[in-house]
Design a protein around this ligand. Structure first.
Ligand code: SF4
Length: 358
């Protein structure tokens, strides 16, 4: 019998940061990818029904995506166990134990492809991980696997280059998957009315259902958003040092490193963090970021999400925060105003004379 050379990838967890790599890698080996559909209310509620309430939202969403792939008739589902991404740098237990969780809560006849990446252990590095990912498909030739990994890195690097140039996430992802790379002119923070840094994991902020299209909402309020994907690893490492921290969690870069970098940036007007209810590592990290933001005198909004989070309350808090940032900026400009030529800042009350320097 010929092997089904199809692999299902759930649109959750590491998908948001790593999919360009997997796309390049699997397609180079002739493996067809089927993605689950974008998250909906149903994805969330079906996933949530499988686990205890306290489980964090991203895991509930991930399980919902597995169910979606099963409904699509996909038999081979990719569920990697990302234990440790560098020596002594670990992921949270839920990410590490993802295949076990899926196997235990989903009672269906599926083939879980569950490679393990553990750079803190012997013989579980990148190439062993990649070999495990394709062993089921009968691909065992290491030269072939290494060649395919180069294609994966090419797509991934193109995606990162575009993100770092300030391109919108969906646009950068689409171009990278099409094998194209365009560099957008870097956003000059001085030319945008308000700049905020969004601190969260890719699987929270880029899931449009989980965070209710937060990028579009902020853009409609004339706010330019900066994220971890726009930074290099060195910038995030410096950010961790600026926070007086050492790296232990794999996602410390995304959270602490990104916050540390943007807190030092005088052109960033505020910080918004989004964390999932029930996330242990985030509750510790967000607490540290909040304290540091106070020291830097940077306004910070902490949004916690779960499957019950309503859009109305979410928008109200976002609008109130952005309004406060505009007011703060106006006061600063007025206090430092010199006689120069000015433009009006968008979204301000005409009764107040509000200017921004050209
Ligand atoms: S880091 Fe937090 S949000 Fe992410 S999987 Fe672990 S508990 Fe959930």
């Amino acid at each position: 019998m010929t092997k089904d050379m199809t692999i299902g990838i759930p649109r959750g967890m590491s998908f948001y940061n790593n999919y360009p790599f997997w796309y390049g890698f699997f397609t180079a080996l002739g493996i067809k990818i089927v993605l689950s559909d974008p998250t909906t209310k149903q994805t969330m509620s079906e996933g949530a029904s499988l686990v205890v309430t306290e489980t964090c939202l991203p895991i509930k969403i991930y399980l919902g995506h597995i169910l979606n792939l099963i409904k699509k008739g996909v038999e081979n589902i990719f569920v990697p166990s990302l234990q440790s991404i560098a020596p002594k740098i670990y992921n949270c237990s839920k990410i590490r134990g993802l295949p076990d969780l899926v196997r235990n809560v989903i009672k269906a006849d599926i083939n879980i492809i569950e490679p393990t990446l553990d750079k803190s252990a012997k013989h579980q590095g990148l190439y062993e991980f990649l070999a495990e990912s394709v062993k089921y498909f009968g691909i065992t030739n290491m030269d072939e696997i290494k060649k395919a990994s180069k294609q994966g890195w090419r797509v991934y690097n193109n995606f990162l280059v575009m993100m770092r140039s300030g391109m919108d996430y969906k646009k950068a992802m689409n171009y990278a998957l099409q094998g194209k790379v365009f560099i957008e002119e870097k956003t000059d923070k001085k030319s945008s009315p308000i700049n905020v840094a969004l601190i969260s994991h890719g699987y929270n902020m880029y899931d449009e259902r989980a965070t209710m299209k937060i990028f579009d909402k902020l853009e409609n309020m004339d706010v330019k958003v900066f994220t971890s994907l726009m930074l290099t690893d060195e910038q995030m490492d410096e950010g961790i040092a600026a926070m007086g921290q050492k790296k232990y969690w794999a996602n410390e870069n995304e959270m602490i490193g990104t916050a540390g970098h943007y807190l030092k940036d005088n052109n960033i007007d505020g910080i918004i963090s989004i964390n999932a209810f029930g996330c242990g590592p985030d509750s510790l990290m967000v607490d540290r970021i909040t304290r540091k933001a106070k020291e830097f005198g940077k306004p910070m909004l902490v949004l916690t999400i779960d499957e019950q989070t309503g859009e109305a309350g979410f928008i109200t808090r976002l609008e109130a925060f952005v309004d406060m940032l505009f007011r703060k900026k106006r006061s600063k400009i007025i206090a430092n105003a010199e006689i120069k030529e000015y433009d009006y800042v968008p979204q301000t009350n005409v009764a107040e004379t509000v200017f921004i320097e050209r």
